[in-house]
Design a protein around this ligand. Structure first.
Ligand code: DAH
Length: 336
């Protein structure tokens, strides 16, 4: 048996070296060294066929035993080293929950939206419901049914954005058409507000914009008087703006009679104390009731339309309406 290499010693040495491998790289080098293409054991296994027939059996057996012992040792050591590596990685990656977090920028509601939500809250508290209407409206709802006949200056193309050909469809110039839609939808009593966007061909200056926001109000019941209107406006403005001087003076609107202008004292951008008109209002004109099929002999009502943008300006001391629409974060962040 002198031609047979000492495979037992080879396996013992290999197993010892593998068990001592300090990391996965060294282990891989050992695998290549003991079982790779150029390894002595691989040579032996490959040359068994060239041995004298009597040697083939014992050498083959011993070589296979050595290979299996080495493979087992490699496998065992790999498991140990991988577990150690994983443990080390987990330890290194431990999250420090005491570190300060990342601050992400937070969005906020535009001041007009904030005011609208507060207005809705106040009127919901007084028993009103909130209605909605389209921004593209018929001239009938926006004007005719509101007692504003053809030829009225408000209906001219210089004041109104018409949609398509002709003058029967337009961007609503006021939220007042929601009064018509609400009354057409059902009988009195009615207590409703309707906030929304309106459009006019207004020149842009510090207090005008071609797109702005109103909140309409309509109350229809038996026995409503101007005192109810004034009380409602006073309660509303006090809740929203606190104690401020409010001025109510006669005005004209086609769909209310009598009609008034409501102004609130404020300080303009030149530092002057002045009145800023915030609403039109009045007692619903009987012609409007007739247009929607309500009996004007039985029902009385009041209506109002507030400018939400103007209220937001007064509320926050904003002296230029354009700031509300420019999306300048340095401005908007003050209201978050
Ligand atoms: N719609 C009017 C405007 O935009 C404001 C207004 C006035 C609304 C009187 C009303 C009202 O409901 O009764 O100028």
């Amino acid at each position: 048996m002198s031609g047979i290499p000492d495979l037992t010693a080879l396996a013992t040495d290999a197993v010892a070296e593998i068990a001592a491998a300090p990391d996965l790289q060294v282990l891989e080098a050992a695998r290549v060294g003991f079982l790779g293409r150029r390894a002595p054991l691989t040579d032996i296994l490959g040359s068994i066929g060239t041995l004298p027939p009597a040697d083939r059996g014992p050498v083959g057996k011993a070589a296979n035993a050595a290979r299996m012992a080495i493979e087992r040792a490699l496998e065992e050591r790999r498991e140990v080293l991988e577990a150690e590596t994983m443990g080390a990685a987990l330890e290194a990656e431990v999250a420090d929950v005491t570190l300060p977090g990342n601050a992400y920028p937070l969005g906020a509601l535009n001041p007009i939206t904030q005011v609208r939500l507060e207005v809705e809250d106040i009127f919901l508290g007084m028993g009103y419901s909130v209605a909605d209407g389209p921004e593209v409206e018929s001239a009938y709802n926006n004007f005719t049914a509101l007692n504003t006949p053809e030829g009225h200056p408000a209906r001219s193309a210089s004041d109104t954005f018409f949609v398509g050909q002709g003058d029967s469809v337009l961007l609503r110039t006021q939220t007042s058409p929601v009064q018509i839609r609400t009354m057409q939808a059902g009988p009195p009593p009615v207590y409703v507000i309707a906030p929304g966007t309106v459009y006019r061909r207004d020149d842009v200056d510090a207090t005008h914009s071609p797109m702005f926001h109103q909140v309409e109000g309509l109350a229809v019941d038996e026995g409503l008087t101007f005192a109810h209107l004034k009380g409602t406006i006073t309660v509303f403005l006090t809740r929203l703006l606190g104690d401020r001087e409010v001025r109510v003076i006669p005005h004209f609107f086609p769909f209310t009679e009598p009609s008034v202008d409501v102004s609130v004292s404020w300080t303009d951008r030149h530092g002057r104390t002045d009145w800023l008109e915030v609403a039109g209002a009045g007692m619903v004109d009987p012609n409007v009731f007739t247009a929607v099929g309500y009996d004007p002999e039985r029902w009385t009502g009041f209506a109002f339309g507030f400018g939400l943008d103007r209220i937001a300006m007064i509320r926050h001391g904003i002296t230029d309406i354009r700031m509300l629409y420019e999306g300048d974060l340095r401005f908007l962040e003050q209201f978050s």
